[in-house]
Design a protein around this ligand. Structure first.
Ligand SMILES: NC(=O)c1ccc[n+]([C@@H]2O[C@H](COP(=O)([O-])OP(=O)(O)OC[C@H]3O[C@@H](n4cnc5c(N)ncnc54)[C@H](O)[C@@H]3O)[C@@H](O)[C@H]2O)c1
Length: 351
């Protein structure tokens, strides 16, 4: 780090890099966008030109060999998070890794090991932890305002919202809505519950609507939409059990014939009070009566908050709030859902 500036390398110059990581880095005074990498070299070159990166490369190993780079954002397809993160850790870079951490638990564990050995910051981009309402709920949970949170519901139902591109190709994504958007709600709800240790899961995945032709609906579109494959699930349900006796009911869909949720939803049920997201509401008692509270919070940009936290962790050598260990436990739940659905029975998440 020179002149107090953290030099950043972006690996994967597609949608999330261009819509969120790069704009959020650009709002910070203490970073320099140094290099960008994409297997499509022209894409890396275009992005370098547009945002002022010094280098554009095609192979992530070339980016990692640039000495001056302090930190990388991994924004590639899910199938390359593990090899890139392990190489980046071995090259001594701080890492912000897009969700999901990996495709398998073994990959996630190898990433966590490499990151621990490097002594550098490894942060999971669990961006929903950085929303204003999530931060508020986390503070209330830590103060004990909910008492014991003994059960929860977590989900994200899209009526029609299957992403277009590599997301539906298991070889590149590792799975469908469970690993794509389910990861967000499972992580957020688990985090707000106090990160209890997951012990077992029972799940079912479905492929019932698949490649629909519904008009008038919008979807997340990856940069490349050629070579389309659809071999993931399109919805799923699960019950996840934790060591402290708590449970999480989970449902998720890219396409389902029912009312979709506008974004994630999360219900926390505690012995003293409960809460929901989205929208934020606290369910308690006041003066002996049931009472609902709707706190008024200023909207915050979750990606800006996430990037700022990553940079602060680097500068202050502190542990991020979304660690590699968190990523591994979430990966165990995600892969446990797939294993349970495949085997047709509850599976243990304990080694
Ligand atoms: N946090 C969020 O809300 C959020 C939203 C969307 C996507 N994501 C995650 O971000 C990642 C990227 O998704 P996207 O929507 O930007 O996809 P995308 O296809 O638009 O962009 C990915 C880019 O990575 C490049 N790439 C793939 N493998 C590479 C490799 N080995 N080396 C270098 N470049 C490589 C591709 O050519 C492409 O340009 C995924 O892990 C996805 O789950 C997160």
């Amino acid at each position: 780090m020179k002149n107090g500036k953290i030099k950043i390398g972006i690996i994967g110059a597609g949608n999330i890099a261009q819509s969120s990581h790069i704009p959020s880095y650009l709002k910070q005074d203490d970073v320099e966008l140094t290099a960008v990498c994409d297997i499509k070299l022209e894409r890396a070159q275009e992005v370098a030109k547009k945002y002022g990166f010094k280098y554009a490369v095609q192979d992530y190993r070339d980016l990692l060999s640039i000495d001056e780079i302090d930190a990388v954002s991994i924004c590639t397809w899910n199938n390359s998070h593990a090899p890139i993160a392990i190489a980046a850790a071995n090259a001594g870079k701080h890492i912000l890794c897009e969700k999901p951490m990996a495709m398998t638990v073994a990959e996630a564990e190898a990433m966590a090991d490499a990151a621990a050995k490097s002594g550098k910051v490894f942060m999971m981009a669990f961006v929903n932890r950085f929303r204003a309402d999530s931060k508020y709920l986390k503070a209330l949970a830590d103060e004990g305002r909910f008492g014991e949170i003994y059960c929860s519901k977590a989900g994200w139902l899209r009526r029609r919202g299957t992403p277009l591109g590599w997301f539906t190709d298991t070889a590149k994504s590792g799975g469908g809505p469970v690993i794509d958007i389910g990861v967000h709600v499972i992580d957020l709800t688990w985090y707000l519950m106090g990160k209890p240790k997951p012990t077992r899961v029972s799940a079912q995945t479905y492929y019932k609507i698949g490649d629909y032709k519904t008009k008038g609906v919008s979807r997340w579109v990856a940069f490349d939409t050629d070579n389309l494959v659809f071999n993931t699930e399109d919805s799923a349900q699960a019950i996840i059990h934790f060591e402290n006796g708590a449970t999480m009911l989970f449902d998720v869909s890219w396409a389902i014939n029912g009312e979709g949720s506008p974004d994630i939803y999360c219900h926390l049920y505690g012995t003293k009070a409960g809460a929901t997201l989205d929208p934020l509401k606290i369910y308690g008692e006041d003066g002996g009566y049931l009472s609902d509270a709707v706190p008024v919070l200023k909207n915050e940009n979750r990606f800006d908050n996430e990037i700022r936290h990553f940079l602060d962790c680097i500068k202050e050598s502190k542990e991020p709030i979304a660690t590699a260990e968190d990523g591994v436990l979430i990966q165990k739940i995600l892969n446990g859902i797939y294993d349970s659905a495949k085997l047709g029975k509850e599976v243990s998440l304990v080694d």
